[in-house]
Design a protein around this ligand. Structure first.
Ligand code: ATP
Ligand code: MG
Length: 891
């Protein structure tokens, strides 16, 4: 079963059980300062569980993007070492918001894994929290797991919490036993069970959390109503169903690993004995997924917070590639494979393909340049063929001067048989931090030697630059001014300036800051950050690009990057038009929940109950474009706040406004309070295209769109895609739909004849069995008792139906051996005999138990495992005997 199919089956199964299918939320949690990244399916429902948010439905099902690289759940160091841990993974989950509780959660999970996925009941184990007697009793009662396969474990394994605060509760997990037959069947204590789990002999696949408490600073308080939150790892289920024993060899990972092989020119072996040697490949594949999804969700490499985590993952991957001998970017190609594999399920990947690939490449190039520059020094410190320890000071110099992260130094040193004095390094680092604090009153050195842009510390200091005289913002009209530096400071190789007249826009209201440069006599400085001080004055921070910047620069020329700014203006005005169009098409309930206006795109979050229909989306896009083609001049004014509101201006909830406000109006279409930069006339926007529409939280949707040059570039890309496809399929573009339909039909026909062939085989076998049946109930009915062979992949349920039809009246117990070496026991009972109390489930249970295995199912059809094969004959006879006895008592 492919992983796409598993994902779909999960969602469809729970939809059939009355669950609402909701989209995955972003990896970046909405409005949750306690959490860096979404680490479980429940994160988007945190507010619902604690009763702060309305529930979207009574039951929901999701496939959630998760990242476990920080905080309470951090699996970074496990990646590639264990068979089952990733940084990024997909969590399948069903949720009950005060609706069903333990009993149904267990029942659903059991039915899904045994009937939908067909996992052998015999290989499944359950764990419960040691205090949870209910759950411990429910498993044997509702499923085929006997009490001795239900283990009671402590808080570490069976009490779930998202982080140090938030919803939590005892949980119960389903584990899959991967040991060979001869090692199974023994009772296990909790310690032995956990040790086998660590050794990847057991695979935890699904955690059912019984949400009961909210953890806060003062301990746990009960939730308004007990709820259910479950999480099953898609990659782990795929590993089991695809028989690979490790997630890394499933269809989700192997194509990425294969591409890495190609790029490196080094083979990767899936043989168990080559596991250790393959580690770098698995790390690369894992990190490629994490990087692609983080970039797709708007995280960018930087020196703090989420961006820093992304940078570390990128460099970690770069380091492994480097150690394999690679001296050029690698991951930038692997992210492409991730997009190909998963872009259909997660369209945000496709929408940002260029950005994802380019950002990855740029970051890798920077990292490689760093290593290159420091290599000579490293060779001196740790010459090849030598041995010993790299001192703390030397490691620090590599870090401080050449930008070698300490873990890189460690890895490279280990490669050459050296150790590293980590304590000494830490001391040197602290000493340096102290020195720079003493020197400049609070400025530390940038944390990463080769980071981009000013560090958070530099920006903090820049914000302290201020002046008594008024500063004038001229950036609405002018992008280039000659002006005077009023105040300045230098910090950590950077400079910060406060200008008398400032044309640079500082990030506000969703619109990002401008970039550009300052020029004086014989020097130039690139403006990298635009920050605001406490007085609301704008301070420009940047690095000299040439010449010597004097202590007191006096007159300067300040220039904003015009291309970027014009693109930003297009996106900003388009955001207003979009807001208006949304309200016109979807209704007046639509309000802005957040927005981002950058040169390359715009993003608009708004409240709405569900996904937009294709029709609504088209209508919205059309309205915005019509407003553009009308080429209406904008009207911008300053007026009293009350008056603006009375005219119907849209103000943002929760924003503070002064007495006099700035209004931006596209007459007849939109009127908003806004301090941002806009086009003069709507026609300048050129073109507007919606790129994606997704849900970001319960009741909040996100639209992303592009305008002007970007929209045009996308059209060209699409056109190229179509012509490439046409070329591959060797038809003119207009013929594509017909050609693709023909190919699909051909495939369906092939699949059909294959199924028919299999069906015919099964039918032959079923007919033969019926002819050889024994009489039952004095000849009024028939009983089949047989062992048969079927091709692997046969539809056993359909085979059961044929048997039932052939029998007319009676029952069958059959040992099925498939040509891939699997054994099972199948039983069927016709409806009239079900009415008389004979059940297929009972027959299978009798037979399977007699072989030391288990099974069960519905009254008309059931299936079970085979333990000891030498007992199959006796087992079939026992079941046949039970059927005869049932026939006798039924009379
Ligand atoms: P483990 O003990 O194996 O690390 P866990 O107890 O941390 O798992 P949960 O927090 O209960 O896992 O998450 C629910 C499910 O998500 C797990 O049952 C598993 O299928 C999956 N899962 C958890 N962590 C990872 C990971 N790092 N990579 C892939 N799948 C994971
Ligand atoms: Mg874990």
């Amino acid at each position: 079963m492919t992983s796409n199919e598993i994902r779909n089956r999960f969602i469809q199964y729970f939809e059939r059980q009355g669950h609402l299918h909701l989209p995955s939320s972003s990896l970046v949690p909405e409005n949750d300062p306690t959490l860096l990244f979404t680490n479980a399916g429940m994160v988007q429902f945190k507010g619902v569980f604690v009763g702060e948010q309305e529930r979207p439905a009574e039951r929901a099902v999701t496939s959630q993007k998760c990242l476990r690289v920080s905080g309470k759940h951090n699996d970074l160091e496990e990646v590639g070492r264990t068979a089952r841990h990733h940084t990024f993974f997909e969590m399948l989950g069903n949720f009950s918001f005060g609706d069903y509780f333990k009993r149904d959660a267990i029942r659903f999970a059991w039915e899904f894994v045994t009937e939908e996925l067909g996992l052998e009941p015999d290989r499944l184990w359950a764990t419960v929290h040691h205090t949870d007697d209910d759950a411990a009793a429910l498993w044997p009662q509702l499923t085929a797991i006997p009490p001795e396969r239900v283990l009671r474990l402590g808080d570490k394994d069976n009490f779930w919490q998202m982080g140090d605060s938030g919803p939590c509760g005892p949980c119960s997990e389903i584990h899959y036993d991967m040991r060979p037959d001869e090692e199974r069947g023994r009772r296990l204590g909790p310690e032995e069970f956990e040790a086998l789990g660590e050794a990847d002999e057991f695979m935890e696949i699904w955690n059912l959390v019984f949400m009961q408490y909210n953890r806060g600073p003062d301990g746990d308080t009960p939730l308004p109503s007990p709820s259910i939150d479950t999480g099953a790892g898609l990659e782990r289920i795929a590993a089991i169903l695809q028989g690979t024993r490790t997630n890394y060899h499933t269809d989700l990972f192997l194509p990425i690993i294969r591409r890495a092989e190609e790029i490196m020119g080094i083979p990767y072996s899936t043989a168990p004995e080559d596991w250790d040697a393959g580690l770098p490949f698995r790390v690369l594949a894992d990190h490629a997924r994490a990087v692609a999804f983080m970039l797709a969700d708007g995280v960018f490499p930087s020196n703090e917070g989420r961006g820093y985590v992304l940078r570390r993952i990128l460099r970690r991957a770069g380091r492994y590639a480097w150690l394999l001998g690679r001296r050029e970017p690698t991951l930038d190609r692997l992210v492409g494979v991730v997009i190909d594999l998963m872009g259909d399920s997660y369209p945000e990947l496709k929408a940002r393909r260029t950005l994802i690939e380019r950002t990855t490449r740029a970051e890798e190039e920077r990292f490689l340049a760093t290593i290159e520059a420091g290599m000579d020094r490293f060779d001196e410190v740790a010459p090849e063929g030598g041995s010993g320890t790299i001192s703390g000071n030397e490691a620090f110099k590599l870090y401080d001067t050449f930008g070698f992260p300490i873990d890189l130094t460690e890895l490279m040193a280990a490669e050459r048989g050296y150790g590293v004095d980590l304590e000494g390094f830490e001391e040197a680092l602290q000493a340096q931090r102290q020195r720079s604090r003493d020197m400049s009153g609070g400025i530390g050195s940038s944390l990463l030697g080769s980071g981009s842009g000013p560090s958070e510390e530099v920006l903090q200091v820049a914000r302290t630059v201020s002046a008594d005289e008024e500063q004038e913002f001229v950036g609405y009209e002018q992008l280039r001014v000659e002006t005077r530096v009023v105040e300045q400071t230098s910090l950590d190789g950077m400079r910060a300036f406060l200008l008398a007249s400032n044309p640079f826009y500082a990030e506000a209201g969703g619109q990002v800051s401008d970039s550009g440069f300052l020029r004086g006599e014989g020097w130039e400085l690139a403006v990298e950050s635009v920050v605001r001080n406490d007085r609301g004055q704008t301070v420009l921070v940047g690095e000299p690009t040439h010449g010597e910047v004097p202590e007191a620069p006096g007159e300067v020329l300040a220039v904003v990057d015009e291309h970027a700014r014009r693109d930003t203006e297009r996106n900003h005005t388009a955001t207003h038009l979009l807001h208006a169009a949304l309200r016109a098409v979807l209704g007046e309930h639509v309000h802005q929940k957040g927005s981002l206006v950058a040169p390359d795109r715009l993003r608009f979050d708004f409240n709405h109950h569900g996904p937009l229909t294709a029709g609504e989306r088209d209508e919205i896009e059309k309205r915005v474009n019509q407003a553009i083609w009308a080429n209406t001049p904008l009207e911008i004014a300053h007026r009293p706040y009350r008056e603006a509101l009375d005219d119907g201006a849209m103000a943002l909830f929760g924003e503070k406004y002064g007495d006099v406000v700035r209004t931006v109006s596209v007459p007849g279409v939109s009127l908003e309070l806004c301090g941002g930069c806009h086009v003069r006339s709507t026609g300048q926007i050129g073109l507007f295209r919606i790129v994606s529409e997704t849900g970001v939280a319960a009741g909040v949707r996100r639209l992303e769109a592009v305008t002007g040059p970007r929209a045009y570039a996308r059209l060209l890309d699409t056109e190229k895609l179509v012509s490439d496809l046409a070329e591959r399929l060797r038809v003119p573009p207009a013929e594509l739909p017909r050609r693709v339909s023909a190919l699909l039909e051909e495939r369906d026909a092939l699949e059909g004849s294959l199924a028919e062939q299999r069906g015919a085989d099964a039918e032959d076998v079923a007919n033969r069995l019926v002819q050889e049946a024994q009489p039952l109930d004095g000849g009024r009915a028939r009983l089949v008792r047989a062992s048969i062979e079927l091709p692997a992949g046969s539809d056993v349920a359909e085979f059961g139906d044929r048997l039932r039809a052939g029998l007319g009246s009676g029952a069958a117990v059959v040992h099925v051996h498939t040509d891939d070496g699997k054994d099972s026991i199948v039983a069927v009972v016709t409806d009239d005999w079900i009415g008389r109390g004979l059940k297929a489930g009972d027959l299978v249970r009798t037979a399977s138990r007699a072989t030391g295995s288990g099974g069960g199912g519905k009254p008309h059809f059931a299936q079970g495992g085979v333990g000891d094969r030498s007992r199959i004959e006796a087992a079939l006879e026992a079941a046949a005997e039970a059927a005869r006895a049932g026939a006798a008592t039924g009379e």
